[in-house]
Design a protein around this ligand. Structure first.
Ligand code: AMP
Ligand code: MG
Length: 399
């Protein structure tokens, strides 16, 4: 049996990073992964500029209570003249500081007089000036390669004047589900059959992470059909993901089919829900076989397939952040497997509590809908109300 961490580490080590890159406009790059660092060709701000609407002054020339002439007006977006001696300049937020001025006095601290303007407080040199390059200096690396682009990252790239970025081409994932008991949603119910929910789950998990998705639907539970579907999948995509058929029942044809076309490791991972997991290769393409139970498929996709796929896509930050919450539940019976328990947060008395769904069965999809994340119960551990527990939000698994 592998521990959860051993399985994750092994998978990440096996993930070979894609080499294909493409240039994308900022409008088409959300969620993409940078293949090159972004280096700024400009200073931000590009010039010393005013933080306020007010007056640009030379502090050496200011005297409290004495009027000074206003020699120029500098709106944002214009180019000022040098500051004339013994004068001040009317200036607006973002406008360049004229040479000769070393501070801005905000307009609320200025009094308009017949001769111009007079001040009641002595400014400090540098006051209310944003310095050239203060946020970003020319040549600075503002984002590193392997970073997955969020809205604020794209805004930062725009702020240094770049309209496009070099990103890794999104990989294509092929999914297929196994099991002759499965009906497609939309079909009429039939005795002995259940609806296929993993198909929809995989489709959305994969596309939510930014991958291209090729749907091979459902494969008939025979060796011949499974082998044919897998070889087609290997031709269509970069990675193959299946659900079901990884326990070693008689009806499970995935194992021999994958072995005939490549290689396969069957793992028992020390976790709940989940446990059986298959990893291998079909005609040179990585293959991940998730368990059939819907909650197990969902959990193992997020814990194992996600970091593996992101590593292949070139992402450097692979693991979701976790937070620590106060348990609002008792977990009296320790298990030898690590448990990933469907949970959500309740805030009360300025404390964030983790509540867990009463039915944690691995087929109970309602638990994943009620929940907003997973509480991690370590191996061999008892939890009492009030203990601190680790929680991973589904939101942090969605990218
Ligand atoms: P398996 O791993 O194929 O033995 O399946 C384990 C359990 O998950 C069985 O009860 C299956 O009926 C169920 N199952 C397998 N695949 C799916 C699916 N695509 N959608 C819903 N349930 C499934
Ligand atoms: Mg099956």
């Amino acid at each position: 049996m592998k521990t959860v961490n051993q399985a994750i580490e092994y998978l990440i080590a096996q993930a070979s990073k894609t080499q294909l890159t493409e240039s994308r406009s900022l409008a088409n790059a959300l969620g993409c992964v940078l293949a090159k660092p972004v280096v700024s060709a400009v200073n931000v701000p590009p010039h010393d500029n005013s933080m306020m609407d007010g007056y640009a002054v030379n502090t050496a020339e200011i005297q409290i209570g004495r009027s000074m002439a206003v020699s120029q007006r500098i709106p944002a977006g214009t180019q000022p003249e040098p500051l004339a001696a013994a004068s001040v300049a009317r200036i607006f937020t973002g406008a360049p500081i004229p040479s000769g001025a070393d501070a801005v006095i905000m307009q609320e601290q200025a009094e308009i007089t017949e001769q111009g303007v007079c001040f009641q407080q002595m400014p400090k040199s540098g006051e209310s000036i944003r310095r050239c390059g203060e946020d970003i200096a020319v040549g600075a690396e503002i984002l590193s390669s392997g970073h997955q682009l969020r809205p604020q990252d794209l805004a930062l790239i725009a702020s240094v004047g770049q309209a496009a970025v070099e990103v890794y081409k999104p990989l294509t994932l092929v999914t297929l589900t196994t099991g002759d008991e499965l009906l497609q949603p939309g079909q009429a119910p039939q005795p002995g059959k259940i609806y296929n929910s993993n198909h929809t789950n995989l489709m959305t998990l994969v596309t939510q992470l930014g991958f291209n998705w090729v749907d091979m639907g459902q494969v008939e539970d025979t060796l011949k059909a499974t082998q044919a579907a897998l070889s087609k999948a290997a031709q269509l995509g970069d990675v193959i993901i299946t659900t079901g058929g990884v326990s070693v029942g008689e009806e499970d044809h995935l194992k021999p089919a994958v072995e005939a076309l490549g290689k396969l490791d069957m793992w028992q991972v020390k976790m709940k829900p989940g446990k059986p997991l298959a990893f291998g290769e079909v005609m040179g393409k990585p293959f991940i076989g998730l368990p059939g139970n819907p909650v197990s498929a969902f959990t193992t996709f997020n814990l194992f397939a996600r970091p593996f796929l992101l590593a292949m896509q070139g992402v450097t930050d692979l693991m979701p952040p976790s937070v620590w919450l106060t348990a609002d539940f008792d977990w009296p019976n320790p298990g030898f497997r690590r448990e990933f328990v469907r949970a959500r947060i309740e805030n009360r008395d300025q404390t964030s509590y983790a509540q867990i769904y009463p039915n944690q069965g691995s087929g109970v999809l309602t638990s994943t809908v009620w929940a907003a994340g997973l509480v991690v119960i370590p191996e061999d551990q008892v939890i009492k109300k009030g203990d601190r527990v680790e929680y991973i939000s589904f939101n942090d698994l969605a990218h």
